[in-house]
Design a protein around this ligand. Structure first.
Ligand SMILES: O=C(O)C(=O)[C@@H](O)CO
Ligand code: MG
Length: 262
């Protein structure tokens, strides 16, 4: 069976130290891969050097998003009228992914803007993702789409894993797949194991956190032993991003990897 590979999400983990120091901290804690949503405040060469010095693989980055509290805080792929900003964001994401040797770019969907119908926003989303898929073709970077739960992100453009999978299928399932985040799936849909199995062949990346508080696996309501057994049994060979808020310190909280994920 395939060995599971965990990536430290440096936006969420190792926040005990400054962002620049999180690479070494992740490597010292035993991680060999990292992800973070937004590399854009840093020069690619600096990030590449930090990855290299720490011996880490950059697993995933996101396309640029607006600041918290702004209409594009969860991405702009579904926002009519911002097509050129969306395209510039994809270009920037691909440029960083290339510089960091990162194989996955999360094209973040966005929140349906006030005054825009859901159908109109969804149609814009599909058209933008199709453009991004064409643009990424031949770059070596694959795109991922994530359904985010509507309790935390009200109005998010994607309703479900099924809808995300249908968009990936429509625009080219060889280069666009799912970022399946078990936290969002549990909050909005449940039925984790069956849903995972249904879409396993579309999943390019997984993320974990346990509701209700989005802490480490094993701190909340998900039956992780069964979930990880299903992931192993599927032959999943991608990374699993640790995108959670440590309950009481990052390193102190890593024990779940030897207990619920073993
Ligand atoms: O919030 C999440 O879940 C994510 O994976 C983020 O990268 C979305 O921006
Ligand atoms: Mg996520």
């Amino acid at each position: 069976m395939t060995e599971m590979r965990f990536a430290a999400n440096l936006k969420w983990l190792f926040t005990e130290v400054e962002f620049e120091a999180r690479f070494d901290a992740a490597a010292a804690a035993g991680f060999s891969g990292v992800e973070y949503a937004s590399p854009y405040a840093h020069e690619p060469a600096e990030l590449r050097r930090r990855l290299g010095d720490a011996g880490l693989t950059q697993v995933l980055i996101n396309t640029p998003m607006g600041a918290p509290g702004t209409p594009t805080r969860a991405g702009l792929a579904c926002v009519p009228g911002l097509e050129s900003e969306f395209r510039a964001g994809v270009e920037r994401g691909l440029e960083y992914a290339d510089a960091l040797g990162c194989g996955l770019l999360h094209v973040v969907g966005g929140v349906v803007p006030p005054g825009v119908g859901r159908d109109e926003a969804f149609a814009r989303y599909v058209a933008n993702i199709a453009w991004a898929a064409e643009r990424a073709d031949g770059t070596g970077v694959r795109l991922v789409l994530e359904a985010q739960n509507k309790r935390d992100v009200p109005g998010f453009v994607l309703d479900s894993q099924a809808q995300a999978a249908a968009v990936a299928e429509a625009v080219g399932a060889d280069r666009v797949g799912l970022l399946l985040d078990f936290y969002h799936l549990q909050v909005d849909e449940g039925d984790l194991i069956r849903t995972y199995r249904r879409f396993a062949d579309r999943v390019f990346h997984l993320q974990v956190a346990d509701p209700p508080y989005r802490h480490e696996p094993g701190t909340g309501e998900i039956g992780w032993r069964g979930v990880f057994a299903a992931v192993r049994a599927s032959g999943y060979d991608g990374w699993i991003g640790c995108e959670y808020a440590p309950a009481a310190g990052t390193v102190a909280g890593l024990g779940w990897m030897r207990t619920v994920a073993e």
